[in-house]
Design a protein around this ligand. Structure first.
Ligand code: C2O
Ligand code: CU
Length: 486
């Protein structure tokens, strides 16, 4: 099955030419559209998949509806999503609709917004999708393991009037830690991963498969929705010979622009929508390279031009997306808060010498009962000095509904942290004191070591909302807090 089932007929005619060329592995496995009649059902459970071309052993995974990624859920902006989630895992789970501004009770946070879904049980999610864009879904219970085992999928909301492209494709980027027999290494949540960069894998997949060539035609225009579903790996794909333009970040439209150094940097949970004009010539090949960790640069895949061009000039149509209905923060009136990220193995650039000796004052305050961090404690990371390894805890901040806020995220650690706020999107207004050029809206912001990022938003969605690192081992290791909007 291919990813454009359920597309409107008017677009299908545009898609037919190119779609036939694409390797199926690069298309999403399945699509659903919520209609008046069709309620959706997702089943989380064990499955076996082949992550590489055969002959290669199968991998036992946890998956939605037996496939990795799970089915692509497609909606039109403003539609009501009704999704019953059945748990056939041997442990509790929930589903979080990452980036979708849902009512609090539908947010999928165990013990905070709902009772976790017990094995054998089903929970019915129902919410309106207010924003068009590229989102995704994943469990919020023991997510450092459940996501790493394959539980995730794309959640796409179409604009009322989509931009004109030849193909609209989604690449869900995955990262797996596999043994030689292709089975998943079960060293989840080990102290080394948790206290450093998280669980970086051995095998990168695109839509659940180690990708072959990406077949394109000269003159073609592709909208490419990139989703980083990895639990820890940061991707930074660069498209040799091409000039992709970013049209949306984390689902929210942005003034179309080329990325600064040609790389699309995506921390875990982050998305980017690109418009790529296939400006190469028939028969040519180009590498897509990921060099985020420079010493481990690798070729993600190859763009392969067919022998026959689609057209002899690039499409000449607008690519700017209409804005979503987000409340504009009032910066002059905004209340400001410091959010300090602390902990980990590196403190102030120094390696910690051992489990019981700690530097760094910001970590000390939050340790329960004044305890030092032991080498096998899970309290590794902090937000404003507090390390929260459970979803339930006292709110870090009480926000007034309708009021504008600026959060200054200060990273005092030696690692990157993709920080996600639930229930809201925020504008990135400054990095290290410099105003940003595009003031982009996001729901997850990558904060580099020692960096300070200011984000602004209106607290317009009532409830208790998580703010946490989306390196899921860091979240499990304490980099998690709640803000209460009321
Ligand atoms: Cu995508 Cu709290 O998560
Ligand atoms: Cu982190």
């Amino acid at each position: 099955m291919i990813g454009n089932t359920g597309m409107r007929p008017s677009r299908r005619s545009l898609l037919t030419g190119g779609a036939a060329l694409a390797t199926t592995a690069l298309l999403s496995s399945r699509s659903h559209r919520a209609g008046a009649a069709a309620d959706l059902h997702l089943t989380a459970g064990p499955a076996r998949v082949t992550l590489r071309d055969s002959p290669s052993p199968e991998t036992g995974v946890w998956a939605y509806d037996g496939s990795v990624p799970g089915p692509t859920l497609r909606f039109r902006q403003g539609e009501i999503a009704r999704i019953a989630v059945e748990n056939r895992l041997a442990e509790e789970t929930t589903v979080h609709w990452h980036g979708v501004r849902v009512p609090n009770a539908m947010d999928g946070v165990p013990y905070v917004t709902q009772k976790p879904i017990a094995p054998g049980e089903t929970f019915a999610y129902e919410f309106r999708v207010p924003d068009a864009g590229t989102f995704w879904y994943h469990p919020h219970e023991r997510s450092f393991e459940q996501v790493a085992r394959g539980l995730y999928g794309a959640f796409i909301v179409e604009e009322t009037t989509p931009i004109v492209v030849d193909r609209d494709l989604t690449w869900v980027l995955g990262d797996w830690r596999l043994g030689p027999d292709a089975s998943i290494n079960d060293d989840f949540g080990n102290h080394m991963d948790m206290s450093m960069g998280g669980r970086i894998g051995t095998t990168v997949t695109v839509n659940g498969h180690v990708p072959g060539p990406f077949a394109v035609r000269a003159g073609e225009r592709v909208r490419l929705r990139l989703i980083n579903a990895a639990t820890a790996r940061i991707f930074a794909p660069a498209f040799a010979g091409h000039r992709p333009r970013i049209i949306a970040l984390d689902g929210q439209p942005v003034e179309p622009h080329e990325p600064e150094d040609g790389r699309i940097v995506l921390g875990p949970a982050m998305r980017a929508d690109l418009v790529m004009d296939m400006t190469g010539k028939a028969g040519e090949r180009f590498a897509v390279t990921d060099g985020f960790y420079p010493q481990f640069t690798y070729r993600l895949l190859e763009i392969a031009y067919a022998d026959a061009p689609l057209r002899d000039h690039a499409l000449d149509a607008g690519i700017a997306l209409p804005p979503n209905p987000l409340s504009q923060p009032d910066l002059a009136a905004a209340e400001r808060h410091e959010i300090v990220l602390g902990g980990g193995m590196m403190m102030g650039g120094d390696m910690m010498s051992g489990g019981d000796t700690m530097g760094g004052g910001d970590m000390m305050g939050g340790m329960m009962g004044g305890d030092m961090m032991g080498s096998d404690s899970d309290h590794i990371w902090t937000i404003n000095g507090v390390s929260s390894t459970e979803h339930t805890h006292e709110p870090l901040l009480f926000l007034k509904r309708g009021r504008s806020y600026v959060f200054a995220l200060q990273n005092n650690t030696g690692f990157h942290h993709p920080i996600h706020l639930h229930g809201h999107s925020f504008r990135i207004i400054a990095r290290n004191g410099e105003p940003t050029r595009y003031r982009e809206w996001r729901d997850t912001v990558l904060v580099a070591p020692k960096e300070r990022v200011e984000v602004a938003f209106v607290a317009d969605n009532p409830g208790d909302w998580m703010i946490h690192c989306h390196i899921l081992d860091h979240q499990a290791g304490g980099m998690m807090a709640t803000v209460r909007v009321g």
